[in-house]
Design a protein around this ligand. Sequence first.
Ligand code: ADP
Ligand code: MG
Length: 263
Amino acid sequence: DNGVHSVRKKYRIQVDGSDIPEPITTFQHLHSEYDFNMKCMENISKKGFKELTPIQMQAIPSMMHGREILACAPTGSGKTLAFLVPIISHILKQAKQKKKGKHFCSLILSPTHELAEQTLRECKELVSVKESETPESTSDLIRVKFLDKGETKRYMRRGMKQATSTDLLISTPNRIVYLLQQDPPMISLEFVEWLVVDESDKLFEEGQAGKSFREQLGTIYASCTNPKIRRAMFSATFAYDVQQWCLLNMDNVLQITVGGKNT
Ligand code: ADP
Ligand code: MG
């Protein structure tokens, strides 16, 4: 299609892979084509966002179609929203089918606590709804949690039971690995259907004392035993190792690059 081609050219979106979903060009398409929740749409527009960024144009429809992706776009180009929208949409659609409430089905890995907290805040902004002007009337459309010290302690106490109060878990790899390696394990990843690795180039870096991110990721992947698992990697810089890993391990992966590979 010529229109699709010119959109990608205009916004410098490069996609490699087969059966590539069409990019969307406006926020309205999220609702009209993908039935994205109206409350979330309002929260986005309250933030003053008017246009999708290029990575959002292509990554959102790709993940909405359940495609595994390796996405690469510059720092500050809106990658967080690019993965939060499809994940929130997935969780809300499951809730509609009454599949909610058993166990968290989505996991976001961030390399640092600061980044994980930032992602939590951005997610909360998207899913919070205010029925009236009182603070007590605020609630969240989905149950999102950050695996901080307090939450880790609750898993240590309650184990798998703790996971039933969460739809989306955001964590650094080390906290998950710590819980997985207890005897018996205090967390299970067997229900995870969406796994997002943010700043995947950093997570693949070797080195440091103790376990490297790469080893931790290996442990986490091995625990994601759901055959329906979908994975998405996001980063600012193209990393050859990450690409090779994705080509080898992911199902019909789409590689989405915005603004050229800055190696
Ligand atoms: P990245 O992860 O690519 O470095 P972020 O997701 O942190 O970038 O986004 C950078 C900033 O841009 C954030 O303040 C975010 O709220 C804002 N942002 C995201 N999407 C849009 C958009 N479509 N329009 C305007 N601002 C946006
Ligand atoms: Mg980011």
